[in-house]
Design a protein around this ligand. Sequence first.
Ligand code: FAE
Length: 547
Amino acid sequence: MSETTVQDKGSGGVSRRRFITGTGSILGAVALAGHATAAPRTAVPTAASLDSGAHVPVLVIGTGYGGSVAALRLAEAGVDVQMVEMGMAWDTPGSDGKIFANTTSPDYRSYWLRTRTKQPISNFLGFPIDKDVPRYTGILDAEQFSGILVYQGRGVGGGSLVNGGMAVTPKRENFGAILPSVNADEMYGTYYPRANAGLGVATVDPTWFETADCYQYARVGRKQAGRSGFPFVFVPDVYDWNYMEQEAAGTVPKSALAGEILYGNNYGKKSLQKTYLARAKATGRVTISPLHKVTSVSPATGGGYTVLIDQLNTNGDATATKTVTADKVFFAAGSVGTSKLLVKLKATGALPGLNGEVGKSWGDNGNVMCGRANHLWDPTGALQSSIPCSGIDNWAAGGAFSEIAPLPTGIETYASFYLSITKNPNRAQFSFNSSTGAVDLDWQTAWKQPAIDMAKTIFDKINAKEGTIYRTDLFGTYKIWGDHLTYHPLGGAVLNKATDNYGRLQGHLGLYVIDGSLIPGNTSVNPFVTITALAERNIEAIIAADL
Ligand code: FAE
C-alpha cells in the first residue's frame, strides 16, 4: 500500500463510527462471496479446429476490437481469415443455464487461470472479499506485473466480454494529443462514425433516466457534480437500452439489472460477438479457433510467416502445438498481448527486423478508482444498473474524466463510486527477461500519484462542498485510492514508431499491429471506440495497398 493513499485518520479522516455509518449494511455484501463452484470435469469443446501444417492467407492473433474489425473488413474484401484466440468461445451455458457468471458470485468461469478471485474492489469495511475458485480458462485475466495489475478480457470478443460498454468518442480538441500522426478530419468525418455504427453505440433515454431506480446512483452523482460546478455528461454505451428498460419493467431476464458486468453479460450488452464478429462470421470467410494461443511468429522459408500455436485445455495446459504458415499476420492480442509477443520475438531473434520502439510508450490511460461515503439522506440505490451511463468532465481544468460507476451489490451502500481516466504522463516499457523467459513491465505503483492528484481536483471539491468523505474500505484497510490497477492498457507498439502510420510493423513486410498497442498510453476517455475507429482507418488503407 502506498503511504500517499492512506487518509490520515485525524483531520478530515474517518472515525470508526462514521466509517461504519458510511458503509451502511455493506457487511451483507461480504456474504456474497460464497463457496467455489466446481469447474466442469470435461474440457469444453472448441468451436473450430485448426490443422497443423495449414497455410492461410491471413492469420489474426486475438478476437478483440482490432482483430474483429480486421477480420470483418478483410473478409468483405474477399480474403479468407483465420482468427486465433487464447480464451474460450463463450457460447455454451454452464450448469446454471447461463453462459456467464454474475459479478456478485464469481465461480470457475470468472478468472483466467487463478485459484482465487482478484476483484478490483477487494474489500468491504476493510474485510477482504476474494474467494477461492477452481482454476479454469475463465473470462477475466487479472495479469500482475511488478507495479500494476492489468485487467483484460479472455475469449472470443476480447475485452468486449467483460467491459462496461462505455463507448466514448474523445473530444476533438483532445485528439491531437492522443494520436498525433493521424488526420483528425478523417477520423471524425469517417472512422469514428463508422466505428460507432459498427459497435451499435447509443445513449440512455434521458427521460427514462430521470425516473429509473437503477440510475439513482448516477442522478446523485450528477447533483453533487453540479453543486461543485463540474460538467456532467451522458456517456453512450453499447448496451441495448430498450432491453434495459424491459429489464426494469420485469418483462425479460435481467442482465445489467442483475449486476452482470465483470464476468460477462448474459443478455443486453452488444459485445463483439453480437456486432463485428457476427458480421465477420456471416461472410463465411472467417474461422475462429478458441483456446489457441500464439507463441511465435517468424519468417517462413518460402515467404510469409511460420506461426506456432499452443492448443489449450481448460486447465490452461498445452495439449498440442500447431505450426501454421500465414502470408500475412495481424497482431491484435491487445496492448499487453501484442507487446509481450513482439518484445519476446525481437529479443529471441525470431523477428530481428523489429525496431527499438517495440515495447515502449505503454500507459494505463491514467486509471484510478475511488469511492465516497454519502450522507444517509443521499442513498445511491440498492438496485444499480451495472452499465454506467454518465461521467464528470474535468479534463481541461484538472486532467480527469470520471465515470460515475455502479456498485451493484444489491444492497444500499450510500456510496458513490468512480473510475477516473486522467492525463497521467507516466509511461512504462516492456522488456524481455532472459532469465525467466517472461516479458516484464517497468511500471511503478508510485507513478499513479499524478492520476490521484488529478482525480482529487474533482472529489476533494465535491467532498468539501457536500461535507462528505472518501470511502477507505474498498481497496484495503484505510486505503482511499484504487491505484494498483488498470482496465485500459494502451501502447507498446505505437503507431508511426514501431509501425508505419497505418500499423505495418517496421522491419518485416506483411506483419501488422491493429489493436490498443498502437495508441501511446492515453485516449482521454474510455478507449475502445478509438481502438475500433483506428482499426477501421488502418485496415481500409492496408486492404487498398497491400492486398
Ligand atoms: P482486446 O479486446 O484485449 O483483445 C485481445 C484478445 O487477444 C483477447 O481476447 C486475448 O485473449 C487475445 N490474445 C492475447 N494474447 C494472445 C495470444 N498470444 N494468442 C491468441 N490470442 C491472444 O484488445 N473500454 C471502454 O472503452 N469502455 C469501457 O466501458 C471499458 N470497460 C472496461 C472494463 C474492464 C473490466 C476491462 C478489463 C476493460 C474495459 N475497457 C473499456 C477496455 C477495453 O475493453 C479494451 O481497451 C479493449 O478491449 C482493447 O481492445 P484490443 O482490440 O486492443
